[in-house]
Design a protein around this ligand. Structure first.
Ligand code: UFG
Length: 323
């Protein structure tokens, strides 16, 4: 049985939908940002907090957990700068509580959602796992701290783990039953689509004077279903003991500027956007593009869905708007 912590959230709920096809799944989520309705009905749902040792002990004693996949985190760069306590409390302290209970109950396989924000402002065009990690905000620091803790747990206690560093997760389940539902929404693609649906009067482009091809920031967008399939391969690698301590980037390897993303949204939806150029947003690196060559060579994973597909699936979901 696999425990998915944060399985009611955006990325967690998409993973659960794929994982229930192969494994028995228990989801633990405190529903602070997740949605109960987004959890596939084939999974067992437990409402609880990973910072609460008793909630965790109950789950580990009630179910025969073989491995844990951890999606429960706060993940907004800007918010982490103004409220670092929240990020270190939820992303570091609570994760440590989870790892402590895992150690006490002899569960030692762990898949951890990390981020491109661990790299800070990279001085290379394409980011490899060996690129220097130098976060520039508390969010990136909080994720890198757990990566370090995992490396130490592996040495000391025989923990086995895979860290997945996501680039820009986007899109929705092809069925349009679940999608990206944040409140407030800060991410580019949902903001554009909400605007194109008439729910916002304009799109603000945060900075048009970056050192990039059109002056706007470049990001590597990856379909949430591609992220889910990477997790399933990573889990298999841990369960079969093929891998025991690895870090992988998850991206498309292609960079799109903010202007290009807006243009693609207009093409996919057939609706014209009202765009204004605005000031830079604090903490945004000009360019973040991944090499995912390592996970391709070692686990055979690559992103199957391009930006058009990401936007088409997100658009389908936004038009029905469930969870
Ligand atoms: N942007 C705009 N206007 C908006 C919203 C976003 O111009 O209204 C721009 C941003 O400035 C950035 C790009 O669109 O250049 C993408 O922004 P998002 O907020 O969608 O995503 P981020 O790249 O800031 O952050 C995402 C995740 C983080 C993760 C980071 C790592 O949300 O958790 O990727 O790359 F840390």
């Amino acid at each position: 049985m696999i425990l998915v912590v944060g399985g009611a959230g955006y990325i967690g709920s998409h993973l659960v939908k794929e994982l229930v096809e192969k494994e028995e799944v228990v989801v633990l989520d405190n529903l602070s940002t997740g949605h109960r309705e987004a959890v596939d009905q084939r999974a067992i749902f437990v409402e609880g907090d990973l910072g609460n040792e008793q909630d965790l002990q109950k789950v580990f004693s009630n179910y025969p957990i073989q491995a844990v996949m951890h999606f429960a985190a706060n993940s907004l760069v800007g918010e982490s700068v103004v409220d670092p306590l929240k990020y270190y409390q939820n992303n570091v302290a609570s994760t440590l509580t989870l790892l402590k209970v895992m150690k006490e109950t002899n569960v030692n396989k762990f898949i951890f959602s990390s981020t491109a924000a661990t790299y800070g402002i990279p001085n290379v065009e394409i980011i490899h796992e060996s690129t220097q990690t130098k976060p520039i905000n508390p969010y990136g620091h909080s994720k890198l701290m757990i990566e370090q803790i995992l490396a130490d747990f592996a040495k000391a206690y025989g923990f086995q783990y895979i860290v997945l560093r996501y680039f820009n997760a986007a899109g929705a389940h092809e069925s349009a039953v679940i999608g990206e539902s944040h409140d407030p929404e800060t991410h580019l693609i949902p903001i554009i689509l909400q605007h194109l649906l008439g729910q916002r009067d304009k799109i603000s482009v945060f900075g048009s004077d970056y050192d990039t091809k059109d002056g706007t920031c470049i990001r590597d967008y990856i379909h949430v279903t591609d992220l889910a399939s990477a997790h399933i391969l990573a889990l298999q690698a841990l369960l079969t003991e093929k891998k025991s301590a690895e870090i992988y980037n998850l991206g498309n390897g292609l960079g799109y500027s903010v202007n290009e993303v807006i243009g693609t949204c207009e093409n996919v939806t057939g609706v014209k956007a009202n765009v204004e150029m605005a000031d830079r947003r604090a903490g945004d690196p000009a360019r973040l593009v991944a090499s995912s060559q390592k996970i391709f060579s070692e686990l055979g994973w690559k992103a199957e869905r391009d930006l058009k597909k990401i936007i088409a699936d997100a658009w389908k979901w936004h038009q029905t708007q469930r969870y």
